[in-house]
Design a protein around this ligand. Structure first.
Ligand SMILES: Nc1nc2c(ncn2[C@@H]2O[C@H](COP(=O)(O)OP(=O)(O)OP(=O)(O)O)[C@@H](O)[C@H]2O)c(=O)[nH]1
Ligand SMILES: [Mg+2]
Length: 452
């Protein structure tokens, strides 16, 4: 727990609600002096636990505000410590006055970034994945992100890792018995039951890891890139999809040079849509740079939207056709001028006919992009890992379990096999913050935009 060594203050306070001014502001206090602080500011003993009570803050001669106070004696609080909440009017001066009054109380100091969540972790109120889920929930911009974050904040992801870790502990206990009591009358199937248990964990872990980065993609947002030859109407389509004139449109080929981006919420899925420069025969200079950027964006995209001029069908632009693959939506634009056959395909992919000029077919295209986004990152039945940190630790754990089975097969003895299990177990513990995380916590919690 962080203490302010200059003042010895170990009770923290901060504005827990959003930007001011607002209708309401919530100030949260956590630590041993939360009760005394509540009493000081209201001039009364703390009200009954967990009951919103109207109070005048400050003194009768010099009131700061009138609002609701809630008293959460530990351990039944967000952090597990004594917590007081002040629900006050959300004016800047009101919040500043209450925060200044709190700063003047002995034992209190402003909280550092993420410190409330960090204390909740230390107090055993949540594991690290749940704390991350809470930060994601606050940052969630779309419905599917909210669903995923809420599940993780509720501890669903941490529960999986804890269960695997418990299974490994169970297997480890058997191996340790084999080490401690070798030569004695141990059950003959001791090793077999241990390895069978580990095998179950490995199977589940492999399924969990083979998720095509579903959870990470949903958390970060899906990257979609519009690509195609110059003048096919990429920027017109981009503007139509984002519903504003974000990109310049002109009849001169090579209008777009740079990558232009916009965030979209498509049916609850977060999409970062990019308009790019036309893929043509650039001689060099700015146009060639634009093309390189377009190709790089297409290569890194989760979803490519390849746009062709319907008038050219079936003789499609070769540079764009080369990029078409299973993650590409093929679009035939300018269908107000010509009507391509309804079963037209390019590069083996069925084409969607649209007109970025009249809007015809755009709803259908949006529906297709949404379906594709859902297939890439919709929250699955079982919770998915959401951060590179989770993946790295899981892969480390999985590698140790691979070595465990090698050691078992080669009969290298219980000491070596047990050591691999311990490594696997440790890596799992790091994800949930059960072990080895002190050095990581500053980095993780400094990102948190809640519970400052
Ligand atoms: N008739 C018709 N014209 C279109 C349609 N979409 C775009 N255009 C016209 O085609 C021309 C090129 O449009 P842009 O959206 O700038 O094309 P682009 O692919 O972004 O072009 P570059 O940025 O130069 O690669 C403009 O004159 C548009 O008005 C369409 O669906 N129908
Ligand atoms: Mg353009």
């Amino acid at each position: 727990m962080t203490t302010n060594y200059e003042t010895g203050a170990n009770t923290i306070f901060a504005l827990a609600s959003g930007a001011l001014p607002a209708g309401l502001a919530v100030i949260r206090v956590s630590g041993p002096a939360a009760g005394p602080a509540l009493a000081r500011l209201t001039g009364k003993p703390p009200p009954p636990p967990r009951r919103a009570t109207l109070a005048v803050l400050g003194s009768l001669e010099c009131p700061l505000d009138r609002g609701l106070v809630i008293w959460f004696p530990g351990p039944r609080s967000f952090t597990g410590e004594d917590v007081a909440e002040f629900h006050i009017h959300g004016g800047r001066a009101v919040a500043a006055a209450v925060l200044t009054a709190l700063a003047g109380i002995d034992g209190l100091r402003p909280a550092a970034a993420g410190e409330f969540s960090r204390r909740a972790l230390a107090g055993g109120k949540m594991d690290l994945t749940a704390a991350e889920g809470l930060a994601d929930l606050v940052a969630a911009e779309t419905e599917a992100q909210r669903v995923q974050a809420l599940r993780q904040a509720g501890g669903a992801l941490g529960l999986i890792y804890d269960r695997w870790r418990d299974s490994l502990t169970w297997a480890l206990a058997r191996l340790e018995a084999a080490i401690d009591f070798s030569g004695e009358d141990l059950p003959p199937d001791l090793m077999d039951t241990a390895t069978a248990k580990v095998r179950l964990v490995v199977d589940e872990m492999d399924d969990h890891l083979a998720d095509r980065r579903r959870g990470e993609r949903l958390r970060d947002g899906l990257g979609a890139a519009i690509i195609g030859a110059p003048n096919v109407g990429k920027s017109s389509l981009f503007n139509m999809l984002v519903q504003r004139d974000a990109a310049i449109v002109s009849d001169a080929a090579g209008t777009t040079r740079d990558v232009i981006e916009a965030h979209l919420d498509l049916g609850g899925y977060p999409v970062l849509l990019a308009d790019t420069a036309g893929l043509g025969r650039a001689e060099g200079g700015v146009e060639a740079q634009g093309m390189q950027r377009a190709l790089a964006r297409a290569a890194g995209a989760d979803l490519k939207i390849a746009v062709f001029d319907a008038a050219a069908w079936p003789g499609m632009d070769a540079a764009t056709t080369r990029i078409v693959d299973g993650d590409t939506l093929v679009v035939l634009n300018k269908c107000d001028l010509v009507s391509p056959p309804t079963d037209a395909t390019v590069g083996g992919m069925r084409a969607v006919a649209v007109s970025a000029k009249t809007g015809e077919g755009v709803d259908n295209l949006l529906k297709t992009i949404t379906e594709k986004a859902a297939s890439i990152c919709s929250p699955a039945e079982s919770p998915a890992l959401t951060r590179a940190r989770h993946r790295a630790a899981l892969e480390e754990s999985r590698a140790a379990l691979g070595r465990f089975f090698e050691a078992v097969n080669e009969e290298r003895g219980p000491e070596i096999t047990a050591e691999e299990l311990r490594l696997a177990q440790r890596a799992l513990g790091r994800i949930t913050g059960r072990v080895d995380v002190e050095d990581l916590l500053d980095v993780i919690f400094s990102d948190f935009c809640i519970g400052k």
